[in-house]
Design a protein around this ligand. Structure first.
Ligand code: 4GT
Length: 230
């Protein structure tokens, strides 16, 4: 898998290549990550990437031309066209199913907006999908892009160690995860649920499933889980 990221702040992406599961997956060549700075595709001596919005209003808008030329340069390095994603609050909300579907693409290009966002004509002509991480605003698309990439990378075969597993994650079965405990058995007077200490693995499995269903109903009624207790 190969990611090409269009960003004014390429250094931010060392968060993925230098830490944890995403670092190891990168070192093991499970994915490649290239960054492209639209500032290098400007034509004026000030290297201008933004301009004032037509119609007035606060803030600046990322200009069409540097982004389009940046995208063309990316395409020239690839055999086939990449799947182009723009991260913004106006996008379709991301789900684990969507992450899983996207992780099947060989070449993904992520466009990271800054300021008030990107000229709509670049989005309508060149973006395959606009995705949101949720109903909140941050100051740039870089952190959302990294979250999306991290979510995809950890699904790649070999990314997680054998003790970890993507199958046991929240949402892999449409439910929130169950609570987890580790040693000691009692801390600050707080005990581990006894079922987890008794070694009856069928009983543990049933307990964990019941916990997942109860938490999902309580915390996320919008996920409308069916309360089957098997
Ligand atoms: C929130 C999200 C996102 C932003 C989200 C364009 C300029 C968008 C700043 C950017 N805020 N991007 N992807 N909820 N801000 O996913």
């Amino acid at each position: 898998m190969r990611f090409d990221v269009i960003t004014l702040f390429p250094e931010m992406f060392s968060a993925l290549t230098e830490f944890g599961v995403s670092r190891r997956a990168n070192q093991n060549s499970l994915y490649a990550l290239n960054t492209w700075n639209p500032r290098e595709f400007t034509k004026d001596r000030h290297k201008t990437v933004d301009d004032r919005p037509y119609g007035g209003g606060p803030g600046m808008v990322m200009m069409y031309q540097p982004l389009k030329d940046c995208l063309s340069a990316i395409e020239e390095t690839l055999q086939e066209k990449p799947y182009v994603i723009y991260l913004s609050p106006q996008g379709k909300p991301l789900t684990q199913q969507k992450v899983s579907d996207l992780s099947q693409h060989k070449n993904i290009t992520l466009l990271c907006g800054r300021y008030e966002g990107v000229d709509e004509r670049l989005i309508s002509t060149s973006v395959d999908e606009e995705i949101s991480l949720g109903d909140f605003v941050v100051s740039g698309g870089e952190l959302p892009a990294m979250m999306l990439m991290d979510a995809m990378v950890r699904l790649l075969p070999g990314a997680l160690g054998h003790t970890q597993s993507a199958e046991q994650d929240s949402f892999s079965d449409g439910l929130l995860d169950c609570p987890h405990y580790t040693r000691p058995e009692v801390v600050d007077g707080l005990s581990v649920p006894s079922v987890l200490l008794e070694g009856n693995h069928a009983k543990i499995k049933a307990w964990r499933y019941a916990q997942k269903v109860a938490r999902t109903q309580q915390r996320r009624p919008d996920l409308e889980c069916r309360a089957i207790t098997s």
